[in-house]
Design a protein around this ligand. Structure first.
Ligand code: DGY
Length: 426
């Protein structure tokens, strides 16, 4: 398919998934608003409907907690029967939501929404409208980053503590297999609904879901307080991608602040301290890659995944290290489509199972952005071209099988269409 029909098809997906208030990732599989999905959706929407892109981001901000956190799911009260888990599983979370009419989950996502606010804002040619959008959103964007930097900070490190695999967005990645190994079981019985519209072989295992539901119970009982939660939970991590995207968001928010004549939200010394901690915790010299840190066991999670290369988008990895990291990951994933989230030779690789190998368009967007930022423009263009090639071959799939390029998960997926639009617009 050439560029124009592809662009038209991607727009049709975004329009079909638009509820009027926000874009759902997939009407059947994910019928509510997801935080970082909407951030990517806004990048695509901004290529043809700037007002709609701005509204998408503001709908995420409307779901904020009084503490500043932007929840990973904002529920649509009309669709509660169509998705599990609903707000009843996050019972104590509801008292934290700033707007008492809104229901949310009790965890967050990487703050791509801040980066999207900068990029969407820049696409508005009218200076007054651009500044008005940033003025309307600035305090809430800042509160989200402040929340991650304070309520999610453990003593002795400025990095962000992630309390649930769903916060990372990489639900069943082998990065989080230590949760499965912990064997947690929730007290409340439950019935999964996620394999009604998608083959079970594309989805996480029951053992993973037991862990997800058990952690929700622990979080809810702790009333979402990090100190109380970590006393009882085996899962507290510094996710390499969350940390990278916090740093990127902090710099992007600084750009917005500059445009608005606001003081810098995070000073140089603070960002430097963060970057030094990132390097110390996340760089694994043995693997030659950036990986995660298990705050409970006090060690790196030595699992090679594309999270460590997507982390290049954080802007805190030097050009030489970026080049070496990318070369190393390319070696590990030789023969697979760009960018397999787990190397096919790894024991945990599973070609179709969600975050255990498949290629994801937003990850590719981050990798391409990070490579370009590190000066690897040809490599960045290659990742972008491969992403569009996958879409041309298999449609706007939720994710792609990395050996054959075939479609996995749900079809006509919002962030895949949005990323395609953004890439086509370059
Ligand atoms: C799901 O339901 O699969 C989501 O990833 C949880 O946010």
């Amino acid at each position: 398919m050439s560029d124009d029909p592809l662009r038209a098809a991607a727009r049709r997906v975004l329009r079909a998934n638009d509820t009027g208030r926000w874009t759902v990732p997939s009407p059947a599989q994910y019928p509510h608003q997801w935080n970082w999905d909407s951030a990517f959706a806004a990048l695509g929407l901004a290529t043809f409907s700037w007002d709609r892109a701005a509204a998408e981001l503001e709908a995420v901000l409307d779901g904020r907690w009084r503490e500043g956190m932007l929840p990973h799911v904002r529920y649509d009260s009309r669709r509660l029967a169509d998705y599990f888990p609903g707000p009843d599983r996050w019972a104590c979370a509801q008292a934290h939501v700033a707007d008492s009419a809104i229901r949310t989950s009790g965890i967050t996502n990487p703050p791509v929404v801040v980066t999207a606010a900068l990029l969407v804002g820049r696409r508005q040619p009218d200076r007054e409208r651009r500044l008005a959008f940033w003025r309307r959103t600035y305090r809430r964007l800042r509160a989200c980053l402040d929340h991650l930097a304070t309520a999610r900070r453990l003593p002795g490190s400025p990095l962000v503590t992630v309390v649930h695999p769903w916060e990372s967005g990489w639900d069943n990645s082998p990065r989080w297999d230590h949760l499965r190994a912990a064997g947690l079981r929730p007290r409340e019985p439950y019935t999964r609904q996620d394999a009604r519209h998608v083959p079970a072989g594309d989805r996480p295992l029951d053992a993973d879901y037991d862990g997800y539901l058990a952690l929700i119970e622990l979080l809810d009982e702790a009333d979402y307080d990090l100190e109380a939660y970590r006393e009882v939970s085996p899962f507290c991590v510094n996710d390499v991608l969350m940390d990278a995207l916090w740093h990127r968001a902090a710099r992007d928010l600084g750009e917005i602040a500059g445009e608005l004549g606001e003081p810098a939200p995070f000073d140089r010394a603070r960002l430097d301290e963060f970057a030094a901690a990132f390097e110390e915790r996340h760089w694994d010299p043995g693997l030659g890659l950036y990986v995660d840190w298990d705050c409970v066991a006090g060690r790196r999670v030595a699992v090679p995944t594309a999270a460590g290369v997507a982390a290049l988008a954080g802007g805190l990895i030097g050009a030489e290290r970026a080049r070496a990291t990318w070369a190393r990951y390319r070696d590990l994933t030789a023969g697979a489509r760009l960018v397999a989230t787990v190397p096919p030779g790894h024991a945990a690789f599973d070609a179709r199972r969600y975050w255990r190998g498949p290629v994801w368009a937003p990850v590719n967007w981050l990798v391409a952005d990070g490579l370009a930022g590190a000066g690897l423009r040809d490599e960045a263009a290659r990742v972008g071209a491969e992403t569009l090639d996958l879409v041309r071959g298999a449609g706007f799939a939720e994710y792609f099988e990395p050996l054959t390029g075939s479609a996995c998960g749900a079809g006509d997926f919002t962030w895949t269409a949005a990323v395609a639009l953004d890439l086509l617009d370059r």
